[in-house]
Design a protein around this ligand. Structure first.
Ligand code: GLU
Length: 456
């Protein structure tokens, strides 16, 4: 057992952003990789913004992605409470420690943390005012990703606001200390806070945790940080759109980390095995929807049919394509046939609808193209004849029969394909034709051809 303790410390805002999910994931992966503990701590000190709904959304997103926590909401643990809003006693106690060390003073109603060092007055052009500064020693952040970063804090900062609420810096550090956090893995945007945090650790007289600041995620366009308004930013959207959660995990793991050998598709077990700090990139990551879609379709292709049924049955039912009477054997054959071809479960409904209903629509333009030409009647009669005669309605057998008539009528076998496809599905795209006919079965195919002939 390792002594690694990492945490994901979100402030629930009503959005579970891909950047937060990535931070959660890197912590979770590191805990799994090292055999340590993954702690979920809710930083809900901003009472105006945090609601139960926002928390539910976050917990649901974590659950969907399969990131279980060893300590935190719903599971408890020895270092609780895991909500900052319930830790006031702990903050008071720690404020007292700093006060006893003479490191706290009151100004303008707030409590300030006092840096060590000589004070002097300097004109600050930004605030257009004279401000008090401190001649302070630099701190060195030995960051696992960024290397050694030097920063100097030269201004005291607030630790308890005038409304009595302790500040982010203060509660964040107190919690990391009291929860025994060994590694702080968080977004690079927090690097600028870390020197303040190290000053606090020093004041408490405790060792700093190991820091790893992970790179930003840029928008697809590359211009700026990805925000919640950007397409693809919200985890619950992926869940709603029936993405495969393993594909999302796999994709997010590659946002700022790589196994350095160009592997893309990896099971979560493999990622856990390979994940470590040296694989985290310094440079920003960039969101790439096409790559995400490609991974999603890879996961669909590789999925056992049982899981595919579990995932698709609810949507197929919702779209009234299947019901309790639907033959599960037929359903699973349809899914196996189509799983090669679809990028997402969302598109699978549209992609397969004609398998389950006889009143499918005909793509008007394609239909016209097929019906033009005086050949279609002749082709059609030939087809009916062959299909009726084919006993064993299997792809190979069908191909052989079609070849025979094609030769007799001096045509190429492909001449028949568009017509058949249009008749049995109403469109020009879909899974491979002959296996599709096999799955549909003789009766269904013949009925559809018949009714197509009557209609057009
Ligand atoms: N609540 C902070 C955030 O959401 C946590 C920062 C940290 O991980 O230390 O960014």
């Amino acid at each position: 057992m390792s002594n690694v303790r990492v945490r994901f410390a979100p402030s629930p805002t009503g959005f579970f952003h891909i950047g937060s999910a990535r931070t959660a994931l890197f912590n979770w992966l590191y805990a799994k990789h090292t055999g340590g503990k993954f702690i979920l701590r809710i930083e809900d000190t901003d009472q105006n913004r945090n609601t139960d709904d926002a928390l539910d959304l976050l917990l649901q997103g974590m659950k969907w992605l399969g990131m279980d926590w060893d300590e935190g909401p719903n599971v408890g643990g020895d270092f609780g409470p895991y909500f900052q809003s319930q830790r006031k006693a702990i903050y008071d106690e720690h404020l007292k420690i700093l006060e006893d060390k003479g490191r706290v003073y009151k100004k303008d109603g707030a409590l300030w943390f006092k840096l060590l060092g000589e004070r002097y007055i300097k004109f600050d052009p930004f605030h257009k005012a004279e401000i008090e500064k401190v001649r302070n020693e630099p701190v060195f952040i030995e960051d696992e990703v960024r290397g050694r970063v030097e920063r100097t804090e030269d201004r005291d900062f607030v630790i308890v606001r005038s409304n009595g609420e302790p500040s982010f810096h203060f509660v964040n550090v107190v919690d990391d200390i009291t929860m025994g956090i060994t590694h702080v893995i968080r977004g690079e945007d927090h690097l600028s806070n870390t020197s303040k945090h190290i000053e606090l650790y020093k004041a408490f007289g405790v060792d700093t945790p190991i820091f790893a600041h992970i790179p930003l995620i840029l928008k697809e366009s590359g211009s700026g940080k990805m925000s919640k308004r950007d397409r693809g930013a919200l985890i619950d959207e992926y869940e709603k759109r029936l993405f495969i959660s393993e594909a999302i995990i796999n994709y997010i793991s590659l946002l700022g980390w790589s196994p350095k050998d160009d592997t893309d598709k990896m099971s979560v077990e493999t990622i856990i095995k390979r994940f470590d700090f040296p694989g985290i990139n310094k440079g920003s990551a960039r969101f790439d929807e096409a790559k995400l879609m490609a991974l999603n379709s890879d996961y669909i292709k590789a999925m056992p049919v049982k899981r595919l049924i579990e995932l698709t049955l609810p949507v197929l039912k919702e779209s009234n394509l299947v019901d309790a009477d639907t033959d599960l054997e037929y359903l699973s054959r349809v899914l196996v046939l189509c799983q090669e071809k679809v990028k997402s479960i969302e598109t699978l409904v549209d992609f397969t609808n004609y398998f389950f209903q006889d009143n499918y629509e005909f793509e008007p333009k394609a239909l016209q193209r097929i019906l033009i030409g005086d050949e279609s009647n002749a082709l059609f009669s030939e087809l009916m004849l062959v299909f009726e005669k084919t006993e064993l309605f299997e792809a190979l057998e069908l191909e052989a029969s079609l070849r025979t008539i094609a030769e007799q009528s001096n045509r190429k076998i492909f001449t028949y394909f568009p017509l058949i496809r249009m008749a049995v599905s109403g469109r020009m795209g879909g899974p491979d034709l002959l296996p599709m006919l096999e799955v549909m079965g003789k009766e269904r195919v013949l009925t559809r051809l018949q009714s197509f002939a009557e209609k057009f």
